[in-house]
Unconditional design. Structure first.
Ligand code: AMP
Ligand code: MG
Length: 276
């Protein structure tokens, strides 16, 4: 079965994260075995992104969400590293500024949506407004609980503008997170990433799981699906996401525009003498 089907959250279905194996590896045992296929997909990604740019009619928005250490940065490195930076943009969403908070929660998101021909990857997204905001009661229940419908309507609007939306939840276990925190602690090049706040968020793990399950269940739509990606194995996470993005772009039937000059004329006029 294709990973796009296997990991897609069926619209309207209630997600239970504990029933999804975060350590799933599929047909390969390890990175080495999968490496060739992963590399092939990266080459395809490069060509497809160039085609998206040339085609110029639609855009791609990839949203990445997950618990701390889930692998958002690594995924960006993998997917975007395969593409031409001129046609892509990464946008990270942190705590909103005073100006952003004075607007509706989608204001800053809409500005970052990709224009035709471009790819945007969101490192966190509008979903934070029903995740961290819900877990920490940053706004009243009456406010965040409306946001699922607002998000669905907003995403539909982007889709109507030919933006293709793929949303990935990077699914790691609580044990895997602790292991990754420990790796940071033991690796001098990663220690700068450590914050005590990240450890403290672990106390809220179950609340985050509940918030994620609602977001995934209520906002996975036919036009803007969520995928729950098993992410305990970094190579598998990259493999699955790469494959899903490639498959989606291949399905778009994109074409390079026809040249709007007379090629024969150009050949005759500017090359004939040289070639003669
Ligand atoms: P990082 O991605 O690790 O640099 O951290 C960014 C932080 O900003 C995370 O703790 C997010 O939960 C937080 N953040 C992102 N969006 C929002 C939001 N809309 N409201 C509150 N906090 C947010
Ligand atoms: Mg962080």
């Amino acid at each position: 079965m294709k990973y796009s089907n296997q990991f897609k959250v069926v619209s309207g279905k209630k997600v239970r994260l504990k029933d999804i194996d975060s350590a799933f590896k599929g047909k390969h045992e390890n990175h080495k075995e999968a490496a060739e296929e992963i590399e092939e997909d990266r080459k395809k990604l490069r060509k497809l992104q160039e085609l998206l740019y040339a085609h110029g009619q639609c855009s791609l928005l990839i949203c990445l969400q997950g618990m701390d250490t889930g692998g958002k940065d690594g995924t960006i490195d993998h997917i975007l590293g395969a593409m031409n930076p001129q046609g892509c943009r990464v946008v990270g969403f942190k705590q909103p500024s005073a100006e952003e908070l004075a607007h509706d929660f989608l204001w800053r998101i809409h500005q970052a949506a990709p224009p035709r021909g471009q790819v945007a990857i969101f490192n966190r997204s509008h979903y934070e407004d029903v995740l961290v905001v819900r877990v920490h009661n940053l706004v009243p229940h009456a406010v965040w609980s409306q946001r699922y419908d607002l998000i669905n309507a907003f995403e539909q609007g982007l889709v109507a503008h030919d933006t293709h939306i793929l949303k990935f939840y990077l699914h790691i276990s609580k044990e895997e997170q602790l292991k990754r925190f420990k790796e940071r602690l033991d690796d001098a090049t990663k220690q700068w990433k450590i914050s005590e706040a990240d450890y403290k968020e672990r106390y809220f793990w179950d609340d985050y799981v509940a918030a994620y399950e609602d977001a995934l269940s209520r906002c996975s739509t036919e036009v803007a699906p969520w995928f729950v990606i098993p992410a305990d194995h970094k190579w598998f996470r990259n493999f699955a996401i790469g494959q899903i993005v490639v498959e989606h772009l291949e399905g778009l039937n994109m074409k390079r525009p026809k040249p709007n000059v007379d090629l024969e004329h150009i050949r005759r006029e500017y090359h004939a003498a040289k070639e003669a």
